[in-house]
Design a protein around this ligand. Structure first.
Ligand SMILES: Nc1ncnc2c1ncn2[C@@H]1O[C@H](COP(=O)(O)OP(=O)(O)OP(=O)(O)O)[C@@H](O)[C@H]1O
Length: 272
């Protein structure tokens, strides 16, 4: 499905991502962890083509997406929708219009200028908001919603593109634990019910363990761990975070006590 092949990104002398290789052969939910500056955002941005790779390839169903330009590149960006820590909504615009922005890639300039949306798209937007539990807020300005609700609007906007992959760059880093839980549960459900792949950069180990089938650890631009959540021992975490014997998981933790893991684990993948 998706193959990231020796992907490298340099900013001048700085190697932000160093020959990263990942194979995703079926829909799954992946958490990418690592300390600040490890290269997690740069990797996701390259996958979405928000940033170009210096070297390496990204293959989706055998097609090299690193070479796409213009319309084809935009189509790829719809196929792997991205959500961000700060939601990136238009704050003064109503929720449903924000969601409809997810269709921008396939609308004419004129329709965009005059904010004209087909009725089918409007109904779909409301259905998606309903599924995410926020349809009642459809007519409100985005800025009137809580952080967790705004992130769900951003997820709804991503779903309007009907992507097969959702890339989430620190989706819960700005949220309190309860909102973080709601957003992670929404992403998990989208994976389980729709069969979409979710790749999320996460700051906290416990979140990666709870919600992901597979965890990828990055350190200094390199992928140093790729395995099951249960293989992510404190020793492995210490290696990923480059921490000493005094490393404490609590330092990366936002404990959410009420959550029960309900989804089945998938079969093992290789530990690098
Ligand atoms: N546009 C840029 N220009 C120069 N250096 C950059 C740029 N973007 C990222 N870097 C550098 O590349 C490295 C990786 O950054 P990146 O943002 O990918 O890390 P990260 O793991 O996502 O960190 P965080 O968790 O803090 O977001 C860092 O050293 C960063 O300073």
């Amino acid at each position: 499905m998706l193959r990231i092949d020796k992907l490298t990104k340099r900013f001048g002398d700085k190697v932000a991502v160093d020959t990263a290789t990942l194979d995703i052969d079926k829909p799954c939910m992946i958490g990418i962890i690592g300390r600040s500056g490890a290269g997690k955002s740069t990797l996701l941005r390259m996958i979405n083509r928000l940033g170009d790779a210096t070297e390496g390839r990204i293959l989706f169903d055998g097609r090299d997406v690193t070479q796409l330009r213009g319309k084809e590149k935009r189509a790829w960006q719809s196929e792997c929708a991205m959500i961000f820590q700060q939601f990136n909504l238009v704050p003064r615009m109503d929720v449903v219009s924000n969601v409809l922005h997810g269709t921008l890639n396939r609308r004419s300039t004129l329709a965009t200028l005059f904010n004209l949306y087909p009725m089918d798209d409007i109904h779909r937007a409301i259905d998606i908001l309903d599924r995410l539990g926020i349809a009642e807020h459809a007519a409100k300005r985005a800025e009137a919603l809580s952080g967790g609700q705004q992130q769900r609007v951003a997820i709804a906007r991503a779903l309007m593109q009907d992507p097969s992959i959702i890339l989430a760059d620190e989706p819960i880093a700005s949220l309190d634990p309860m909102n973080a839980q709601t957003v992670m549960e929404a992403l998990r459900r989208i994976h389980e019910e729709d069969g979409r792949t979710v790749i999320a950069n996460l700051h906290t180990l416990d979140t990666a363990r709870r919600y992901c089938d597979r965890v990828v650890g990055m350190r200094d631009g390199r992928i140093v761990f790729d395995g099951l959540p249960e293989q992510l021992t404190t020793g492995v975490a210490r290696e990923i975070y480059g921490a000493g014997a005094d490393f404490s998981e609590a330092a990366t933790s936002t404990e959410i006590e009420t959550l029960n893991r309900t989804h089945p684990r998938k079969e093992p993948v290789a530990v690098v």
